[in-house]
Write a protein that binds this ligand. Structure first.
Ligand SMILES: Cc1cc2nc3c(=O)[nH]c(=O)nc-3n(C[C@H](O)[C@H](O)[C@H](O)COP(=O)(O)OP(=O)(O)OC[C@H]3O[C@@H](n4cnc5c(N)ncnc54)[C@H](O)[C@@H]3O)c2cc1C
Length: 501
C-alpha cells in the first residue's frame, strides 16, 4: 500500500523545522501602562494582503498607516509568486475574445472546493476583481498581453505581470504605499494582540530588530492601534510541526514552495485570542512542481505554461493518467500515485513540444538548470526514462488526433487551451512531483474581513484579517491564480471596514 510518506523522501527537502516559540497570548484587559508608539492603522505582513490594505486605507483617507514585516525583506510568499492573478471580465479578456464573468469564476472555484468552499466569500472576492486589476495598474503593475489557462477553469483568466513573478506586484505596490505616506518596517515581528477589558484589540506587541531564527533578538515594544489591526501574515506551509499537526504526512521531507517566514504566527496568535479555525487540514500540494530542484523553482513556470498543450505520462504504462489542466488536487493526488513496482515514487513525465515551449522564457531556465531535458525522438525519451515505447508512441499519436479533432476523448481536457498545437519532436521533458504550496485553512472572516470569535460567532472588535492567514474561502482545493486577487480583495475590504468602523 502506498502512502504519502514514501514520496516525501523525494525532491528537495525543506530546511529544518520552522521556528515558532509558543508564548502566552495577551489576555483581555492587560493594556500596557505606557505605549511605545501609536498609529491609526496597524498592518502585519507585507504580502499582497498587507500592501493592498495599506494602499486602500490611504485611499480611504487614513493619515497614519504602518506595515510591520518580520523578515529582512518585504513580500513573503507574494514575492515568490508566479505573478498570476485570475480576474473575470477584464478589458484584456475582451480584447482576446474570452467570454467570462465573476459568476463563472465562482462556479469554477466552488467545483474545485468540493462542497466546502464559501460561496459568499468567493463571490465577494470575484466581484472585487476588476477593482483590484485597476488598483494594481494604478500602482504601476504591468500585465502581459497573454492570459494563461490554469487548471479547473472554464474560461482563460489568469492575468500575469510582465515579470512573471509576484515581485511585479509587490515592488510597485510597496513604492505606491510609501509614496502615499505608509510607514513600513522590516525586522519587526508581531508577537501578541493587546486587548482592552471589553476584548477589543487596541494594539500589538512587536519585536523590533528581530532576526529570523533568533527568536530573542531585538526588543519587544507596545504599539497602539487607534482604529484597529489587520493581520496579513500569510500561511503556515513552512511551519513543519504545525502543518504536521493538521496533516501528519507532510513531514520535513516533503518539498515546499513557500518563503521561510510562512510559519503561521498571526494565525496562531488569533487562535489564542479566540478566533475560529477553518479547514486547517486542507493543505494544497502543487502538481506542477519538479523533484529535480528546490522550492517553486523553474519547473513550475515551465509546466504551467506547457500543461495545456502537453501530455503527462506514467512511466510504467507510457500512457496519460490525467487531464493535465484539471484542478490542483485532482492532479496532485494522481501524480502521487505514480510508483514503481516496490511502491517508490516514479514521477510522471511532462512531454512538451519544443516548437511551442520555446515561446516562453521558462524553457531556457529548465534546460540550463537540469530541471528538464531535450529529446529528438520518442525513442530517446522511452530509452532514457525506461518507458514502454509502443504505448508511448500510440499515446502521442492519439493525443495528436485529439488536437486535430478538438476533443480529448481520453480525459476530457479543454482543447481550446491547446490551440491546435501538435506534439511533435523535438520534445522537452520535465519530471512532475507535488510540493506543499498553499494553506486553504486559516481563521474565519466575514465579507467585512472581520475576524470571527469561536465562542460567539461574532467579530472580535478591532481585529481584521486578509490573505492566506484566513481560511475556508477555497474549500478543499484552491484554483491556480486565485490567491493573488483574493488576498488583495480582502486586504482592500479590511482597510475599508477599518476606515468605516
Ligand atoms: C512559490 C509560490 C508561487 C505562487 N504563485 C501564485 C500565483 O501565481 N497566483 C496565485 O494566485 N497564487 C500564487 N501563490 C499563492 C500566493 O502567492 C499566496 O497565497 C499569497 O502570496 C499570500 O499572500 P499573503 O499576503 O496572505 O501572505 P504573504 O505574501 O506570505 O505575506 C505575509 C507576510 O507576513 C510576514 N509575517 C509572518 N509572520 C509575521 C509576524 N509575526 N510579524 C510580522 N510579519 C510577519 C511574512 O514574512 C510575509 O512577508 C504562490 C505561492 C507560492 C509560495
Amino acid at each position: 500500500m502506498h502512502n504519502r510518506r514514501s514520496f516525501m523522501k523525494l525532491g528537495a527537502g525543506m530546511a529544518a523545522g520552522a521556528m515558532m516559540p509558543m508564548v502566552a497570548s495577551a489576555k483581555c484587559g492587560d493594556e500596557p501602562t505606557q505605549w511605545d508608539s501609536e498609529h491609526e492603522v496597524i498592518i502585519i505582513g507585507s504580502g499582497f494582503a498587507g500592501l493592498a490594505a495599506a494602499v486602500e486605507a490611504m485611499r480611504k483617507g487614513a493619515k497614519d498607516v504602518v506595515v510591520f514585516e518580520k523578515m529582512g525583506v518585504y513580500g513573503g510568499n507574494s514575492t515568490l509568486n508566479a505573478g498570476q492573478a485570475c480576474f473575470a471580465g477584464t478589458e484584456l479578456q475582451k480584447k482576446l475574445g474570452i467570454k467570462d464573468s465573476a459568476e463563472l469564476m465562482v462556479k469554477d472555484q466552488l467545483k474545485s472546493g468540493r462542497g466546502i468552499a464559501s460561496e459568499t466569500l468567493l463571490r465577494h472576492s470575484a466581484e472585487l476583481g476588476p477593482y483590484i486589476y485597476q488598483m494594481t495598474k494604478d500602482c504601476g503593475c504591468v500585465y502581459r498581453d497573454h492570459i494563461i489557462t490554469t487548471g479547473g477553469t472554464s474560461a482563460t483568466r489568469s492575468h500575469q505581470v510582465v515579470e512573471r513573478s509576484g515581485s511585479g506586484f509587490i515592488r510597485p505596490m510597496l513604492d505606491t504605499a510609501r509614496k502615499m505616506g505608509v510607514k513600513t518596517h522590516i525586522r519587526h515581528k508581531f508577537e501578541h494582540l493587546i486587548r482592552d477589558a471589553k476584548g477589543r484589540v487596541i494594539g500589538i506587541k512587536v519585536r523590533k530588530g528581530y532576526h529570523f531564527g533568533h527568536e530573542d533578538s531585538g526588543e519587544v515594544i507596545s504599539v497602539k492601534a487607534n482604529r484597529g489591526v489587520i493581520i496579513a501574515t500569510g500561511g503556515f506551509g513552512y511551519n513543519i510541526n504545525f502543518r504536521m499537526a493538521q496533516d501528519p504526512t507532510l513531514t520535513s521531507e516533503v518539498g515546499c514552495t513557500n518563503a521561510k517566514g510562512a510559519t503561521g504566527d498571526g494565525l496562531i496568535e488569533m487562535l489564542a485570542a479566540g478566533a475560529t479555525p477553518v479547514h486547517l487540514a486542507h493543505i494544497q500540494s502543487g502538481p506542477w512542481a519538479s523533484p529535480d530542484e528546490g522550492g517553486f523553482g523553474y519547473g513550475a513556470g515551465f509546466s504551467l505554461y506547457n500543461f495545456p498543450h502537453s501530455i503527462a505520462i506514467d512511466r510504467n504504462t507510457g500512457q496519460r493518467f490525467m487531464n493535465e489542466i484539471a484542478d490542483r488536487k485532482t492532479r496532485a493526488d494522481l501524480e502521487l500515485q505514480r510508483r514503481d513496482q516496490d511502491g517508490n515514487p516514479n514521477p510522471a513525465l511532462l512531454i512538451a513540444p519544443k516548437h511551442e515551449a520555446k515561446k516562453d522564457p521558462s524553457m531556457h531556465n529548465v534546460l540550463k538548470y537540469n530541471v528538464a531535458w531535450e529529446f529528438d525522438s520518442v525513442e530517446a525519451i522511452a530509452k532514457h526514462f525506461n518507458v514502454p515505447l509502443a504505448p508511448l508512441k500510440q499515446q502521442i499519436a492519439d493525443w495528436n488526433g485529439f488536437v486535430e479533432n478538438g476533443e480529448d476523448t481520453q480525459f476530457g481536457k479543454r482543447m481550446d487551451a491547446g490551440r491546435g498545437i501538435k506534439l511533435t519532436a523535438p520534445f522537452i521533458v520535465q519530471r512532475l512531483w507535488p510540493k506543499v504550496h498553499y494553506c486553504q485553512g486559516g481563521i474565519q472572516i466575514n465579507t467585512k474581513a472581520e475576524v470571527l470569535a469561536a465562542k460567539t460567532g461574532k467579530p472580535i472588535p478591532g481585529l481584521y484579517a486578509a490573505g492566506e492567514v484566513t481560511g475556508g474561502i477555497h474549500g478543499v482545493s484552491r484554483l491556480g491564480g486565485c490567491s493573488t486577487p483574493e488576498c488583495m480583495a480582502f486586504g482592500v475590504t479590511a482597510a475599508r471596514s477599518i476606515m468605516e468602523a
